[in-house]
Design a protein around this ligand. Structure first.
Ligand code: AGP
Length: 612
């Protein structure tokens, strides 16, 4: 997704902006640009990586204490130098950077061309800056007012920052549906798409709300007003993140670091919430809504991608423990499906970034229909976290790698704690069983540490299969979503086509794909339908596929059938996904690195998909 960074203060803007762009790379992008004001408003932008922009700028005179910079993930207009941001206005007195989509840009563009405006790019963003300048000239108003009027004509999502050659002491920002954070320092201000580029500068942040404008003036307090011209008091929050969370800590990639962080991230998601000695689970963020969950006629989980896989695990957990009917919906489908919802329904929205547009839209739809909405997010202060009635943060720490790993296991942990809370209140679980699960859950971080020891074995296996053209992941029950997640990981970072399937379903079609060229990865742990999975493995073996199996430690039966077995510690069936997913994360990571893929920033992907 696009990344925004802007600065106004007393220091040279260029190094701050470039470092900020590097911090935002993880969001995924295909071009980058910068604008710095020092009497002249200089815009330099190029297709490609931030390092290429830096190389291109090398030596050019980019001094000044005010500037904006942007990494673009193309939506309208192909990724090239011209479509990269920032975009000048017609007069070149203004420049804009933007994250989002102006849905009615076609109409606006036609009108502006009719009025003599010439477009340099094919972007919706350039339409906006021309519209702002047109209003400023036509209405004879100040730039802030022109921006406010223009945004009332815009349909769509935006996070924008505007810089003006005629006002070197001001930046104007605004947001709707796309995130934007203001950092407040000593005599300096920062703007960014998320908190990561701000951490080394300030802990004081203001998360802009939808349809809010921020007016930043050198030497003045931050001013905020709505696009309907209503003054707002800035709500300054303290950021909890620290710088080390943004470094690779000696790992080659953020993804590998985050895979190995899971003992701690799972522990952090339980910290202060699980107390085995007292036999209690306390999710403070949903206390007021526990009864709503207990009385829920139905729980609907909405999410995308990996978070949707976590929701599938959650479905099994909630139905097993709390005996509540659960439906899991792709947010992108749910939002257009005219779903039947009412006040007795509880919607649980799961999102690592808390900015996924489809999930956000699903929440808005559910709210319009009167449902209660609970959020499970990883990014504090994110849009989804602020849009829900209540919720729990996963506290997995910043997840920089585009491929989600520690967020997935943290989401499952929160879903377990939520289901245990409800089950205990509803009496759908005996005290003994409740205590058993709590005790085992507390052991999981150590069991993840144990599981991570398979890394070298997985790396060896990865080398055997790195040139595969396809792969099939099969699991049943709690391990079916794990199969889907394993396939997604392989797809998104190694670009090998992979499919996850319920193991039994494979007979109804995919078995036609099986031959000696097709590696089949089974999650074949010893609980649930283990005996049935053994039969499925036989079916695949007779068709000469190579079989990699994730098994419970000391399993011998699968070892007789599979080409490779990767052992994970024994645990409760509903906790197996927290362990079984680890070798699959490692398998995809090693295959991708062996294939020379950009593991942390896979092609075409964004960390947070804040557009439809
Ligand atoms: C997961 O590896 C992908 N990067 C992607 O599917 C992601 O899970 C999806 O875009 C949802 O993101 P969210 O959890 O931030 O809402």
């Amino acid at each position: 997704m696009c990344g925004i960074i802007a600065y106004l203060g007393e220091k040279p803007a260029y190094p701050i902006l470039m470092k900020g762009l590097y911090r935002l790379e993880y969001r995924g992008y295909d071009s980058a640009g910068i604008a710095i004001l020092n009497k002249e408003l200089t815009v330099i932008k190029t297709r490609g990586k931030v390092s290429e922009l830096e190389h291109f700028i090398n030596g050019k005179n980019l001094h000044g204490t005010i500037g904006i910079a942007h990494t673009r993930w193309a939506t309208h207009g192909e990724p090239n130098d011209v479509n990269a941001h920032p975009h000048y206005s017609q007069s070149k007195n203004l420049a804009i950077i933007h994250n989002g989509i102006i849905e009615n840009y076609g109409t606006l563009r036609k009108e502006l061309i009719h009025r003599g405006y010439e477009f340099r790019s094919n972007t919706d963003t350039e339409t906006l800056i021309h519209l702002i300048e047109d209003i400023q000239i036509k209405e004879g108003v100040e730039l802030v007012e022109a921006v406010r009027i223009a945004l009332n004509q815009v349909i769509g999502a935006y996070a924008i920052v505007i810089i003006s050659k005629n006002d070197p002491d001001m930046l104007i920002a605004a947001r709707k549906s796309s995130p934007l954070v203001v950092g407040i320092g000593e005599g300096e201000f920062f703007l960014a798409s998320d908190a990561t580029p701000l951490i080394e500068h300030t802990k004081d942040v203001v998360y802009l709300e939808d349809e809010e404008l921020a007016i930043i003036r050198r030497g003045h307090e931050l001013k905020i007003k709505t696009i309907k011209n209503k003054e707002k008091t800035p709500y300054i929050q303290k950021m909890e993140l620290n710088l080390s969370a943004l470094e690779k800590g000696g790992y080659e990639h953020f993804m590998l670091k985050e895979i190995f962080e899971q003992p701690r991230s799972i522990k952090d998601s339980m910290r202060g919430r699980l107390n085995v000695k007292k036999g209690t689970v306390k999710l403070g963020g949903i206390t007021e809504y526990e009864q709503k969950l207990v009385n829920a006629r139905r729980v609907i989980m909405v999410a995308c991608g990996t978070s949707w896989h976590a929701a599938l695990v959650g479905e099994y957990i909630f139905e097993d423990l709390a005996r509540i009917p659960v439906e899991v919906e792709y947010a992108s489908e749910f939002r257009y499906r005219h779903p039947i919802l009412n006040e007795d329904d509880v919607v649980i929205a799961i999102s690592q970034s808390g900015e996924t547009a489809d999930t956000m839209a699903a929440i808005e739809l559910a709210r319009d229909k009167g449902a209660t909405i609970i959020g499970i997010c990883n990014v504090v202060g994110s849009s989804i976290a602020r849009a829900t009635d209540a919720g729990s943060y996963t506290h997995a720490g910043p997840e920089i790698g585009v491929a989600s790993t520690k967020a997935f296991t943290a989401q499952i942990t929160i879903l377990l704690l939520m289901a245990l809370t409800i089950a205990e209140k509803k009496g759908t679980i005996s005290r003994l069983r409740y205590q058993e699960i709590l005790t085992e859950l507390e052991q999981i971080p150590e069991k993840v540490t144990e599981t991570l020891k398979v890394n070298d074995q997985v790396k060896f296996i990865a080398n055997l299969y790195k040139d595969s053209r396809n792969a099939l992941y099969l699991g049943r029950g709690y391990n079916f979503p794990v199969a889907l997640e394993g396939a997604l990981k392989l797809k998104e970072i190694s670009y090998i086509h992979a499919e996850g399937y319920p193991a039994a379903e494979m007979k109804h079609g995919p078995i036609a794909l099986i031959d000696e060229e097709m590696p089949v990865i089974f999650i074949a742990t010893n609980k649930g339908t283990y005996e049935k999975v053994l039969i499925n493995i036989e079916e695949v073996k007779t068709r000469k596929a190579k079989i990699i199996a994730i098994v419970t430690e000391h399993d011998e039966r699968v070892a007789e059938l599979a080409d490779h077995v990767i052992e994970i510690p024994e645990t409760e069936e509903m906790l197996v996904p927290l362990l079984a997913t680890i070798p699959l994360q490692l398998l995809s990571y090693h295959i991708a690195t062996m294939r020379g893929c950009n593991v942390d920033q896979p092609r075409n992907l964004a960390k947070s998909v804040t557009v439809e």
